[in-house]
Design a protein around this ligand. Structure first.
Ligand code: SAH
Length: 248
């Protein structure tokens, strides 16, 4: 009896305290988190207008994808306020997430629609893969830095991009098991166009790839029925180098 009278009030008191703490935390986290989301959404909308549409990107699917993907979630926590700026940002391991405009430009250059199967080399943060995932049916993306591959895969899963598949490996060899691809995007610069990626590109498909060591140029290539590549305009760009994993 004495046990009942002493422990019950203590347990009840503790429960009330815990409940109160949970409510306080809830009240604080709720509106703040919502406000932060609003701030990011407003910055993202402005980014699409001033950096992307204003510079000539017109494909409505690309504009919608850029407006949808929460870029701030793909940058390091202490860089979130800069996520919608007109520049690339470091993501660790000496790598970068590309400037929003270049992501939009390269995506538009692929000319893909809802049925497309796309290969990306250089997952990095996973941001470009998410943008592709908004438009295409399936995205296969390869990252050579294992911790980046793991981090991007976890984030893409958390955000619900079930159609984006991440592989930890050397993308030079492509992903033959899922070839042919309707489009190939390379986001690290090799010194030549890797032949396996040409082989895995479907006829009529486009490849967008920065090529060069010191002076890089972005090339937009279309695969012709005879297997040759037709080349469109070239643009000066600056990407991190494509590295190789020995033995792969
Ligand atoms: N698309 C990325 C940015 C890419 S930065 C994004 O949206 O964040 C280029 C990435 O290519 C880096 O993460 C780098 O580690 C990776 N990379 C370099 N060489 C590679 C290779 N051979 N295979 C796969 N990934 C490679």
């Amino acid at each position: 009896m004495s046990v009942m009278t002493t422990t019950l009030p203590i347990a009840a008191g503790l429960a009330v305290l815990l409940w109160g703490a949970a409510c306080a935390a809830g009240w604080e986290a709720g509106p703040d988190a919502a406000q932060t989301d609003d701030v990011h959404a407003a910055r993202r909308a402005r980014m699409v207008e001033t950096q992307i549409r204003a510079r000539g990107v017109r494909d409505p699917r690309v504009l919608a994808a850029m407006a949808a993907v929460p870029r701030h979630q793909f940058v390091p926590d202490d860089r979130r306020d800069e996520a919608y700026g007109d520049f690339p940002l470091p993501i660790g391991f000496s790598q970068t997430i590309s400037q929003p405009y270049i992501v939009a430009f390269m995506t538009e250059a692929l000319g893909i629609g809802p049925g497309a199967k796309v290969l990306e080399i250089g997952t990095g943060s996973g941001y470009q893969a998410a943008v592709l995932g908004e438009i295409a049916a399936e995205v296969y993306t390869i990252e050579i830095v294992s911790p980046l591959a793991a981090q991007a895969a976890a984030l893409l899963e958390e955000l619900g991009y079930a159609n984006v598949h991440v592989r930890d490996g050397d993308g030079y060899a492509g992903w033959p098991e899922h070839a042919p691809f309707d489009a190939v995007m390379v986001t690290a610069a090799p010194d030549h166009v890797p032949q396996p990626l040409v082989d895995q590109l479907a006829v009529g498909g486009r490849m967008v790839i920065p090529v060069g060591v010191v002076d890089q140029e972005l090339r937009i290539l279309t695969k012709l029925p005879d297997g040759q590549l037709r080349e469109g305009e070239r643009l000066p760009v600056r990407f991190v180098p494509l590295t190789r994993r020995p033995g792969e």
